[in-house]
Write a protein that binds this ligand. Structure first.
Ligand code: NAD
Length: 472
């Protein structure tokens, strides 16, 4: 089904696992002539895929010095820049797109090369909170201009739409159905709904069970999506949206000195911070609290304030990620080398023999306990649906496709976060590619089955305190 026709030119910056996976989806669902698409990327990887589809392919890395000269000749008013690269500043690209009157989408607010691990920057300045604030600083100037969708992949991205659907489901199942869902622009109405339902904590709860026919070797970092992307964010400070029900800041928790104040960071990398969570097929497990844009944007979006600006409600929100087992081993080895990258990297593609990505949102603290809503996509389903994808990438690439289509349908919206986009439209486009989409209630809490073998500092009066969720 063709969802949109696009008369402009489309430039794809970066052509790794996500770029290669989204190209067949774009060609299938957007009516844009192939000769109007150009791929610009730092390396030859992906050249064969571009050739397979007859798409122009340029090998040239974007740098702070050259990005304007590189991209300006390729972009005219009304065109689209789809940024699927690593190590290229999203803010610099968004500014350029505004000047050129060009539509834009990325899947993460990315700094220039080295920005995640620059030891001269404070942990707060290296955080996703800081990256998001730097993107939001463009908002006023961007108003009424070309649409710039910031951080719209699977997570961040699709999961914000899952949260809205989950809220509507919980409202329906607790006898308080919402007759007509508020528009995405009515942030306050969505926040009041979350407050009314008593949502205390939102996890992005993901369990990737994909397995390859050859195991990880010593000295090799293996993952089902960008190794550079995962290691970059895993080495940033752990970050979480900080809810109003939380009684005490963690001992290593810090607030930022400026900005929206919806989130805190911990003085340790996310890849060494683990949390208890739950998904329907895996049951309880430990996930990494890797920093992500959506932990902050969701907490900010669902904040309720008094007329004087005092915050009266906000959920705690964070990622709880169990990557594929070989990636867990890779993280363990990386930590042992004091976060210095292994000599070899391997992105698992054709060698995957089984498994799925179980990716959803877990809303906790309401009348029915916990509710997980999300996608269960197997490797076999992903391969059958779209070439050049695995289960993890397809959940991302279809969300990228949906964001691009939404931007084409809404071309003058300025800077937009995922939470501000019509969730029903995005889910409608994504659903055929998400495998089984399910909502499951659970009586799981982080206090369940805690064996009293060792003394633990628990808060039995409120299971949903972060100190009960964190693994210490
Ligand atoms: P990848 O490592 O497989 O590919 C990265 C691509 O960027 C490569 O083609 C590389 O050549 C290119 N690149 C690197 N430096 C560049 C430069 N200076 N100029 C131009 N191109 C450059 O990564 P991926 O898995 O395709 O992920 C791409 C991006 O998407 C990453 O930022 C990643 O964090 C993000 N991502 C987001 C989500 C989400 O759900 N929101 C999920 C997966 C990946």
């Amino acid at each position: 089904m063709i969802h949109a026709s696009f008369a402009g030119r489309l430039v794809m910056l970066g052509f790794g696992s996500i770029g290669q996976g989204v190209l067949p989806l774009i060609l299938r669902h957007i009516d844009v002539p192939k000769d109007r698409i150009t791929i610009v990327t730092a390396e030859a990887r992906g050249h064969a895929v571009a050739a397979e589809y007859g798409i122009r392919f340029m090998v040239q890395a974007a740098t702070p010095e050259n990005y304007r000269d590189l991209l300006t000749p390729l972009l005219r008013k009304g065109d689209f820049l789809l940024n699927l690269s690593v190590d290229v500043s999203s803010v610099a690209l968004m500014q350029l797109c505004r000047e050129l009157d060009v539509l834009y989408l990325d899947t993460v607010v990315e700094p220039w090369l080295g920005g995640y691990t620059d030891p001269s920057l404070s942990p707060s300045a290296r955080s996703n909170y800081a990256m998001r604030e730097s993107a939001l600083a463009l908002r006023d100037a961007a108003r009424g201009g070309p649409t710039s969708v910031t951080a719209h992949g699977a997570n961040p991205g699709l999961v914000s739409h899952f949260v809205k659907q989950a809220l509507l489901d919980i409202a329906r199942d607790t006898g308080a159905p919402v007759a007509s869902p508020p528009p995405a622009s009515d942030r306050a109405a969505w926040a009041r709904l979350a407050q009314r339902l008593g949502i205390k904590v939102i996890h992005i709860a993901e369990r990737d069970t994909q397995v390859a026919d050859r195991p990880k070797r010593p000295g090799e970092f293996v993952n089902t999506w960008s190794v550079d992307g995962f290691v970059g964010e895993g080495c940033q400070p752990a970050e979480l949206g900080w809810g109003t029900h939380e009684k005490a800041l963690p001992p290593d928790g810090r607030r930022h000195e400026s900005g929206c104040d919806a989130a805190i960071y911990l003085l340790r990398p996310g890849a060494s911070t683990r949390v208890r969570t739950w998904t329907p097929l895996e049951g309880p497990f430990h996930g990494f609290l890797i920093t992500h844009n959506e932990s902050i944007s969701i907490a900010d979006y669902y904040t309720v304030r008094n007329a004087d600006g005092t915050v009266t409600y906000r959920p705690t929100a964070h990622y709880a990620y169990h990557p594929c087992d070989d990636a867990v081993l890779s993280v363990h080895e990386l930590a042992g080398k004091n976060w210095h990258m292994q000599p070899e990297k391997r992105l698992m593609t054709d060698e995957i023999i089984r498994g799925m990505d179980e990716l959803g949102v877990l809303l906790m603290g309401h009348e029915k306990g916990a509710y997980w809503y999300g996608s269960r996509l197997t490797i076999e389903q992903a391969r059958g649906l779209v070439p050049h994808n695995n289960a993890t990438s397809l959940q991302v690439t279809v969300a990228v496709l949906a964001g691009v289509i939404w931007a084409m349908e809404n071309p003058r919206r300025g800077l937009v976060e995922s939470d501000e986009i019509d969730h029903a439209r995005i889910l409608e486009i994504c659903r055929p590619y998400l495998g089984e989409v399910v909502g499951v209630y659970s009586d799981w809490t982080p206090l369940q089955d805690r064996a009293a073998l060792f003394p633990e500092d628990l808060d039995e009066s409120d299971p949903w305190q972060f100190k009960n969720i964190r693994v210490v």
